[in-house]
Ligand binder design. Structure first.
Ligand code: AMP
Length: 421
């Protein structure tokens, strides 16, 4: 087919374009995260956007994320693959494949895809930053990981974040607890919503996550996981709490916190932003997992991690009026009043000297070019007019000191600007 479409193309539902200045804010956010994680000894891991479908199937057989929301398809060679709905599974798959020295402490940033019903704070393509640590079974590591996320929110300036904490116990504890919850829900099935009944068949613990009003009373009466913890799991949890207390990180024990994916054990946690609407206020979450490395073909290995939702964190920053987009800080903007080679060569001279420089193409009046210079955020406007050109000079106007200006010879220009920047 040729010719223009009837309607201009638009991005797909739930997928967004991010333009400046929001794009630089995102980049800055990832930079802050890299700094916080880097200073705690975490190294970046870059993972593929797609994995063998089996990688995700293995880790979340009974979850909505994997059974209903995944973008999966058959590749040209017949392999069933999926766009990643989260990054833990890929990170552990990478661990199993490369077997790096333990402990393996990594951070990541990237897009994930879930075919959800789009609304504010819930998108089909969304970004996460996160960490994973493999090979350490120590409650102090749980404290390190939880504190790292906390420190990151603090560093962005967010003050209305709450940490919710729970322990799901060991695998066997979880199995016993799941059975107790299943029995409880079954006994009161007449009171539950349709959706909860459906979830009950597949994954009873997930019903505890239901936000539907009909389900609330039944959920409130459900057995508590704390009553099903083994001695070891209870001791581990006590040490995590003591660590957080000692660091002065406030938390609430939330015994309904079961998290979406199947693989969690012992510590689970979530960060909630009170500045956001309750329906979409989870800005991050994570926990300990086991069996994940084994399920993906590796040796039994302890793991813990979290993923934080970049899109929602930025909404929370808006709501708390913190972490604005960094200001564009161009060094110079070339205003070309003569046309021809002079402005071109001057711009490149500046860039070659390591300065940031932009220019207007196609001329225009002095007034409109000065407007562009202002908009660019440049410190100096470098004006090239006929007078200047005749004597090989440039007019340097300081845009941040009320328009003070001076004439400088081209040969001295770089040195001159350097002393003023
Ligand atoms: P989860 O793996 O579902 O716990 O996701 C971790 C974090 O990613 C959540 O706390 C959210 O902040 C964010 N997140 C998850 N799904 C979405 C989505 N569809 N749109 C935007 N953010 C999301």
């Amino acid at each position: 087919m040729t010719g223009p479409p009837d309607q201009p193309f638009r991005s797909l539902s739930g997928m967004r374009d991010v333009l400046a200045p929001e794009s630089s804010r995102r980049r800055a956010l990832v930079g802050e995260f890299a700094a916080v994680a880097g200073s705690a000894g975490y190294e970046e891991v870059v993972l593929p956007l797609v994995e063998d479908l089996g990688v995700f199937r293995r880790v979340g057989e009974a979850t909505d994320v994997v059974t209903k929301e995944m973008y999966d398809f058959v590749d040209k060679d017949g392999t069933r693959i999926a766009l990643r709905p989260e990054m833990t599974a890929g990170a552990v798959r990478a661990f199993v494949q490369h077997r790096p020295t333990l402990p393996w402490k990594v951070w990541y940033a990237g897009s994930n895809f879930r075919h959800e019903r789009p609304q504010k704070g819930r998108y089909r393509s969304f970004d996460q930053v996160g960490v994973e640590v493999l090979g350490v079974d120590d409650a102090d590591l749980d404290v390190e990981v939880i504190a790292l996320g906390w420190r990151f929110y603090q560093r962005l300036g967010l003050r209305r974040i709450r940490l919710l904490l729970n322990s799901l116990g060991e695998h066997e504890d979880r199995v016993r607890y799941t059975e107790a919850v299943r029995r409880h829900l079954h006994a009161r099935r007449d009171e539950l919503s349709e959706a909860a009944l459906e979830t009950l068949e597949r994954n009873p613990l997930r019903v505890l996550d239901s936000k539907r009003r009909e389900d609330r009373a039944v959920i409130a009466d459900a057995p508590k996981v704390a009553e099903h913890l083994s001695e070891d799991a209870a001791a581990h949890f006590a040490r995590v709490r003591a660590g957080l207390d000692s660091l002065g990180i406030p938390y609430t024990i939330e015994d309904r916190l079961v998290r979406g994916l199947d693989y969690y054990r012992r510590t689970t946690f979530e960060y909630v932003a009170d500045a956001l609407d309750a329906a979409q206020n989870a800005v991050g979450g994570g926990g300990r997992y086991d069996r994940l490395a084994e399920d993906l073909g590796g040796p039994p290995t302890d793991g813990i991690g979290f993923a934080l939702g970049v899109d929602r964190i930025l909404l929370a920053c808006d709501a708390e009026s913190v972490f604005p987009a960094p200001s564009a800080d161009m060094d110079a903007f070339v205003v070309d009043l003569v046309g021809g080679a002079a402005a071109r060569d001057l711009t490149h001279l500046l860039r070659d000297a390591g300065m940031s420089a932009d220019r207007r193409f196609g001329g225009g009046s002095m007034k409109s070019q000065m407007k562009s210079a202002d908009r660019s955020g440049a410190r100096f406007a470098l004006i090239v007019g006929d007078d200047e050109l005749a004597v090989d000079e440039v007019t340097v106007r300081d845009l941040r000191s009320g328009g003070e200006q001076r004439r400088v010879h081209r040969d001295q220009l770089i040195d001159d600007l350097r002393t003023h920047l």
